[in-house]
Ligand binder design. Structure first.
Ligand code: ZN
Length: 229
């Protein structure tokens, strides 16, 4: 994929997450530059998430320093760079502000899979017990340590982080992180939620695959009409 297409795909992901109410005005998604693993592509600090396009994707190094002149990277870029330093398997990081997922952490409710697709977080969704901004390398490293080998984590009273091998996969994970949280929160209003059993989580592990990523991506692409080609 050439760099124009990469920037367009990343911008599309951010716009669709904004459409879904998962990223609001200050979330961000990054990608390891596949042409240079020492670089990170990320939406610029100032670009409005509801109008952002490929031209608003900027570059940073793995210390979080902006590489393009006259550009500002998000102050929490350390979330991304810390994960990339620690997890060679991860190529995309999304920092979200998903309302229901976050509210569960504020209420002290343990995030558990209650829906079939909630099983994609089979390894668990740890909670980082610090609501502050991750605006230094040290804070980034602490957060990446909480994430461990998981696909998602919640930042209590702040938001969430989803990590994946590709942009479409991180979008898929982000959609279902909040979807499972919504069903869990709804169930709490009317009864005692039943978490998936371990055998159900294991049986559903195969949901994490490319044709599922493509299907959800295409659905929201058509629903939002976002098209940067
Ligand atoms: Zn944040």
């Amino acid at each position: 994929m050439n760099e124009d297409l990469i920037r367009a795909e990343l911008a599309t992901c951010i716009r669709m997450l904004e459409y879904l109410g998962l990223i609001d005005f200050s979330g961000h998604v990054s990608l390891r530059n596949p042409h240079n693993y020492k670089e990170v592509l990320i939406n610029s600090w100032g670009a409005s998430r509801c109008r952002l396009g490929p031209q608003d994707i900027v570059r940073a190094d793995l210390d979080g320093v902006a590489l393009d002149e006259n550009t500002i990277v998000p102050s929490e870029i350390h979330i991304h760079t810390a994960v990339y330093r620690r997890r060679p398997d991860i190529h995309t990081v999304a920092h979200l502000h998903p309302p229901v997922t976050t509210a569960l952490s504020v209420a002290g409710i343990t995030y558990v899979p209650v829906m079939h697709h909630g099983a994609i977080f089979g390894a668990g969704v740890p909670v980082h017990d610090n609501c502050g901004h991750v605006n230094s390398a040290e804070k980034g490293d602490a957060l990446a340590q909480t994430l461990g080998d998981c696909r998602a984590m919640i930042m209590r009273g702040h938001g969430a982080v989803v990590v994946a091998e590709s942009v479409k996969a991180v979008f898929f994970g982000s959609v279902y992180l909040e979807d499972n949280a919504k069903k869990l929160a709804e169930a709490l209003k009317i009864g005692n939620p039943i978490p998936l059993r371990d055998d159900e989580v294991q049986a559903a592990a195969g949901i994490w695959r490319q044709n599922q990523f493509d299907k959800v991506w295409q659905y929201y692409l058509e629903k939002t009409g976002i098209n940067f080609s």
